[in-house]
Structures are given as C-alpha cells and as structure tokens.
Write a protein that binds this ligand. Structure first.
Ligand code: UDP
Ligand code: MG
Length: 325
C-alpha cells in the first residue's frame, strides 16, 4: 500500500490508561498539528482490559493521524515498545509514556536537535528525580549503577524510554533477534551518534503506575542477563568460596570431635548444610535464567501478536470498539 512519507512517528504504549487517553491527546495533538510534520501518533494498546481502546478508536474519527494498534494480550511495556518500533513508518520515531511524566513539548526539541546535529539518537534525560519516591530513586540508582558496570560504554544517566531514534537506528534495532529487548541498554549499545535533551519529570497525570515492584525486578534481571554472562561466573565464585568455607567448617568440626565436644559439631554441620544448599540453589537459579532464555529463543514465538492496526484494517471495523461501563 502506498502512503505519504511520514517524517515523525510518536510511539505511545498504553495499558489500562483510560484516565489518560483524553488528557494525553489534549496535550500532544496541538503540538504535533502545528509542528508542520507529516506525523502519526502510534498508540500501542497493550491488551488493555478497560476502555482505553474504545476511547482511542472513538478519537480516531476526528484525528486521522492517530493510529491505533492493539496487541492481543498484555505483553509488557518493552514488548509494546517493540511492536511500536516495528510498525512505525516515520523517518524519526519518538517513544514516550502515556502518563505525561515526560513532557511532550520536548518531542519537537529532540527532532530539532537530531536534524541540526545530524544525530540518530536523542535521549530524554531527567535532570532530577525529585517527584519519584525515595524507594524508586534508590532502586533506580542501583539499577543504573549496575548497568553502567555491565554494559559500561556510554550509558546515559537517568535516561528512560523517552527518546528519539532515526530510521537508520530503528532499522538496526528491528534486525536484532532479541526476544526480550531492553531498549534503554540496547540503544546505547548500537553506538549511533547521540545527543541529549534534559527535562524535569512530572508526576503521573492520572491513573496508577503500571510498574509494580515485580515488573521492576523483571526488568533488572532481563537487563543483566541480556548483556552479560557475569552472573554465571559469580555463581562459580560463590560456589568456590562456599567450598572453602566448608573446608574450614570441616576442620572446626573435626577439632570439636577430637575434643569430645559433639554438640558444637552438630551446629556447625547444620550451618554448613544450609549454606551449601542455599548456594546451590542460587547457582541453579542463575543457570535456569540463562537456560530459560535459550529455551524461549529456540521456541521462536513472536513476542507479541497484533489483533488490529488502524493503518492496515482501514475498512474492517474493530470488533471490540464498544465502551464498557
Ligand atoms: N505500559 C504498557 N504495558 C504494561 C505496563 C505499562 O504498555 O504492561 C505502559 C503504560 O501505559 C505507560 C508506560 O508503559 O504508558 C509506562 O508505565 P508507567 O507510567 O505505569 O510506569 P512508571 O512511570 O510508573 O515506571
Ligand atoms: Mg510513568
């Protein structure tokens, strides 16, 4: 199908964001409409179970640049982003969250910077995290500290998933066979010329966070094991250390035995068994993490399934377009 070339795609993953749909559109549309860009606003509805999709499809009637893609089931933020990057048509693709924590006004700044300096990547970098909870700040510090060690090269400070990518960068990312891409690490890794736009992160405008602690832990584990085999080696070192400690404990128990003090021996034996058992479990868990990744990449299942794309299904009606009460 022939279509007019688009200069800008704005990719927005949404999961149960019915409270945000209109707020987001009201802030973004005026900006993009007057920007003079041939744009699409590509919303990836990540299997929402609320009215998000119905609201979007309703809005589309009066906003032809709004493109709605629906995934069959909830596949997670990063996967929704993957779908968006794969489907976007624009020369530049900006990804932004739906909750207005990242200011949409900066999209045009990013675009201007990329064009002026011929950059392929422009990161949105938070100048501070004062609106985040102490817990979120601390965990983010640990996460970025760890990632800078593992991925090392040029990982920008405090850059999340608000960023601009050129068509060339998007095409490279699309070719990577990663099953569970973590873009905030992959994007610096591909090594294209990059710049930064700083901004102050606002509070979520409405609705609740879709990133519970479990999702944060999952992201951290994915980030680590997709970039490094170091944890496997850590397992070996912990195992060796544990073995040495055990030898010491054995010496101690033998000493106790010869001194006729068997009760003390029982305690140390018990501690030793517990210790070795837990180390083995940790090591097994680490191995399992990598084996699981080999397994899922062998299965080769698609990370997401598209149930509807308004740019393709122009004439066929979307089946779940009714508003739920
Ligand atoms: N999101 C998604 N799928 C999910 C979880 C989140 O598409 O399974 C979207 C969500 O709608 C939002 C973005 O990802 O646009 C970031 O989520 P959120 O703002 O809840 O995360 P936080 O800012 O609290 O880390
Ligand atoms: Mg948010």
């Amino acid at each position: 199908m022939d279509r007019d070339p688009l200069t800008l795609s704005v990719v927005v993953p949404m999961f149960n964001e019915e409270a945000m749909v209109h707020l987001f559109a009201a802030r973004v549309r005026p900006l993009l409409d007057v920007s003079g860009e041939a744009y699409e606003l590509l919303v990836v509805d990540d299997g929402s179970t609320d009215n998000t999709a119905a609201l979007l499809l309703g809005m589309r009637r009066l906003w032809p640049q709004l493109r709605v893609v629906r995934l069959r089931r909830n596949s997670g933020h990063q996967t929704a982003l993957t779908a968006g990057l794969h489907l976007a048509y624009g020369d530049y693709v900006v990804s932004i969250d739906a909750d207005l924590q990242d200011p949409p006004e900066k999209i045009l700044d990013m675009l201007a910077l990329a064009r002026a300096q011929n950059l392929d990547i422009v990161y949105g970098v938070r100048d501070n995290r004062s609106v985040d909870t102490i817990f979120k700040r601390r965990t983010a510090e640990i996460y970025y500290g760890l990632m800078r060690r593992v991925v090392a090269r040029g990982l920008p400070h405090n850059a999340g998933d608000f960023r601009l990518l050129s068509r060339a960068a998007v095409d490279v990312l699309k070719q990577l066979p990663e099953q569970q891409p973590v873009y905030r690490l992959l994007v610096p890794w591909i090594g294209f010329p990059s710049g930064e736009v700083t901004y102050t992160r606002a509070e979520r405008a409405a609705g609740r966070t879709k990133y519970p602690l479990s999702a944060m832990i999952r992201l951290a584990v994915q980030s680590l094991v997709s970039f490094s085999a170091a944890p496997l080696r850590v397992a070996t070192w912990i195992g060796l250390g544990g073995f040495l400690l055990c030898l010491l404990l054995l010496g101690y128990s033998l000493f106790g035995f010869f001194m006729g003090n068997t009760v003390v021996g029982w305690t140390s034996l018990f501690a030793g068994v517990m210790f070795i058992g837990s180390i083995q479990l940790v090591c097994l868990g680490l191995l399992g993490e990598y084996v699981a990744r080999i397994y899922s990449s062998l299965q080769g299942r698609p990370a997401y399934l598209i149930s509807y794309d308004s740019a393709v299904h122009i004439s066929s009606p979307e089946p779940v377009a009714t508003l739920r009460s």
